[in-house]
Design a protein around this ligand. Structure first.
Ligand code: PLP
Ligand code: SF4
Length: 341
């Protein structure tokens, strides 16, 4: 990241995360203006129509500030730009490649693996990542109110085989502090639950989200706490993200990162090596590197398995073992994610 970009961030007045969330960039034209992007560029700069109708543009301004001006190939921009390539029909891609709808037993609850359940704790994210495997997920039908949560939590509480509850999304940290405090405390009081895990991209895209009131709630939990952030490229990390991770670490949480391996964004050994170092500098351990799921509208991001394996071999020679993420793929019906290589 350039010094000029850093100085832009540090000279900003402190912002409230709710205001940032209420003021996302949603108009592609505004984004191209902010980034001073020239319109005569190839087809991948043209806008998707169908893709955009079904999954809107959503970019938090603090994230956009880390994008390079005038660069259509910027790796952060490419993650959020609704390119015309999304509209290409590929019949080998599906809206629900992981068959999640069949694992959706109660409102807000997905259980695919033994011992751990996933709760869709918030109906939306702060950013719309174009490669998202849940871009077609029916969040509206999976956003329980308090009473429905109590039923779902009751169901978890009666299943002694479950010891870990994972809050996922949407992005759970897109929900407000009071609601999260309520939900986390309810989960924390379930006797057999020893670990609460939060999967979130907010500390990266809106680091201002990591408020002291949230950190107080997190620090007060009796369960072990694991926070898995989602960062795909070192350029996403700046001093504000480092500060957010420092605050999360101070709650006693174990910090990890998962990335998605994306064509034209991070399918390069030097980029992955640099990302691992930057994460470790913030005490974040690389966890998973996901091969993209075969989701309709995301074909232009797909990296094949052999390329993934070659990249892992390459980075293994350049990093200590503990900084090499586990390359995984998700196979419907499998009892865990599938480890490759
Ligand atoms: C990925 C995932 C988990 C967590 O799996 P880990 O391998 O423990 O990280 C749990 N539930 C669902 C539905 C998942 O997709
Ligand atoms: S933050 Fe995660 S769940 Fe939300 S759009 Fe991005 S990839 Fe999808």
């Amino acid at each position: 990241m350039s010094n000029s970009a850093l100085s832009v961030i540090s000279s900003d007045p402190p912002e409230k995360w709710q205001e940032i969330l209420a003021d996302l960039i949603t108009d592609p034209k505004e984004l191209t203006e902010i980034l001073q992007l020239n319109s005569n560029r190839g087809s991948d700069s043209l806008l998707a129509q169908a893709g955009l109708d079904r999954f809107s543009l959503k970019v938090p301004r603090p994230f956009a500030r880390r994008m390079q001006r005038g660069n259509w190939d910027d790796p952060l921009l490419r993650q959020v730009w609704p390119s015309q390539l999304e509209d290409e029909v590929d019949l080998s891609l599906s809206e629900d490649p992981l068959q999640e709808s069949s694992f959706n037993q109660a409102q807000g609850l997905l259980q695919k693996y033994r011992g751990r359940v996933l709760l869709t704790a918030a109906p939306h994210c702060a950013v719309n990542c174009r490669y998202c495997f849940r871009r077609h997920f029916d969040y509206a039908a999976n956003t329980p109110g308090k009473q429905q949560w109590q039923e779902t939590l009751g169901q978890i509480g009666r299943d002694s085989s479950i010891s870990e509850v994972i809050l996922s999304g949407g992005d759970p940290l897109a929900a407000g502090d009071n609601y999260l405090k309520w939900l986390l405390t309810q989960i924390d009081t379930l006797r057999q639950i020893t670990t609460i895990r939060i999967h979130t991209r907010l500390p990266v895209v809106i680091p201002q989200r990591i408020t002291s009131s949230l950190c107080q709630t997190l620090a007060s939990l009796n369960s072990k706490l694991v926070i898995v952030i989602h960062c795909n490229h070192g350029q996403e990390i700046d001093s504000s993200v480092q500060l957010a991770m420092q605050k999360l670490r101070a709650t006693g949480a174990t910090l990890m990162n998962q990335s998605v391996l994306l064509k034209g964004i991070n399918n390069d050994a030097a980029i992955l090596v640099s990302l691992s170092h930057k994460l470790f500098d913030m005490n974040v351990m690389p966890y998973y590197l996901h091969l993209p799921d075969r989701v309709a509208g995301t074909g232009h991001f797909l990296v094949d398995e052999q390329e993934g394996l070659d990249l892992i071999t390459e980075i293994r020679a350049l990093l200590p073992g503990y900084l090499v993420p586990r390359l995984v793929r998700e196979d419907p019906g499998s009892d865990s994610k599938t480890r490759l290589g």
